[in-house]
Design a binder for this molecule. Sequence first.
Ligand SMILES: *Cc1c(COP(=O)(O)O)cnc(C)c1O
Length: 456
Amino acid sequence: MNTEVPTLEFSFLEEGFSAWDIVEQKINESSLTDDRDAFYVCDLGDVLKKHLRWTRALPRVTPFYAVKCNDSRAVVMTLASLGTGFDCASKTEIQLVQSLGVHPNRIIYANPCKQVSQMKYASAHGVEMMTFDSEVELMKVARYHDNAKLVLRIATDDSKAVCRLSVKFGAPIKACRGLLERAKELGLDVVGVSFHVGSGCTDAGTFVKAIADARCVFDMGEELGFQMDLLDIGGGFPGSEDTELSFEEITATINPALDKYFPVDSGVRIIAEPGRFYVASAYTLVVNIIAKKVIIDEEAPIDEEDNKTLMYYVNDGVYGSFNCILYDHAHCYPVLHKKPKPDETMYSCSIWGPTCDGLDRIVEQCCLPDMQVGDWLVFKNMGAYTVAASSTFNGFQRPDIHYVMSRPAWQYVQQIFAQGVLPPPLEGSSQLEIPACCGRGSTFDMPAKPCPANIV
Ligand SMILES: *Cc1c(COP(=O)(O)O)cnc(C)c1O
């Protein structure tokens, strides 16, 4: 492993300051000018907190962060320092991770359908662990990467997940024996089984079923003479607190299943590929209202408050950060920067992105006060599947990202890095006093939920 602490590109939070204070500060600075561009604040300390939470909740499972979820160098570097592994799906992702000094045995090439040239790249750069789910892939591996340590990806019942993956990837259980036999004939080495329950998992039972299925496939593999010693339980874990099922609820279901089907004395190494979990809550996006329309309902009585509807246009949209609405089925609601008065009138509003496409709508319907051009709206939990897939369509640039971390958090990261191992569970540790993540405990915390009366 490399021995230098990589340099991170972030600012230290002054003592007593939280990432939310930086949001406030940037808003104040920007409000002095006419620019008022959208921006992000990313709290790398929140990534560390997630890591500590992971090691506490899933002590047997080594995380291999799924790079596609957010490939910002600062995030990947923080995780590299923390000693996680990485799930890479392409040559570029492998290059990024290796450029930070990560050893190839901390990388799983977790794309079951790989381009040959990229498979050759992995082979030339020492990346051996890789997934497969078809016979054609086995033939490519036999030809171009015959020292691969193969992991058979099985399909799961992801019908209840927000984003389904098993429609595209994963071998059905009944196809597994045939695939394992074929791998044997080709002289390849199968070392384990992987699955993905679908991103945004809403049913922990899916994990249990998949872990039990993986056990069956392990048994088949062992019968055929493979030394099966790697279980990869994939991703699907929530990254924010506003989900149906909490992270700890899921892990409380997973742990007994792991102990039942893959007890500690089985010697099986267990890994996972969390993406969303690590990054969603670290990012707060701040956008500015650039235009506004007031729609008056002529039919409604004049003095009624609900005779007017407001349309707000802001400087990031679905072609930018909010691509998560289209691709990740996200529902994004803003919190107000200016605290409304207790008796402030709320209006039915829609929020639109800056491009000239009518599809570019962020919120169809929510309740907000009457705001002005130049006012700010804040979107929390914007780290997963946002910046990673955003475009500059129509000439609208991506928001700047301000990375911050508290000094105690940074010192803790360095300590973990120096030890070169995952930290022991942190019971009773007082050395880590990281400020609560963006906005928690803030007085401006007023989520704009959809008006119940108007939900369609
Ligand atoms: C996208 C992906 C992940 C990450 O999923 P999350 O739901 O973000 O945790 C993990 N593994 C594979 C193979 C993926 O494609």
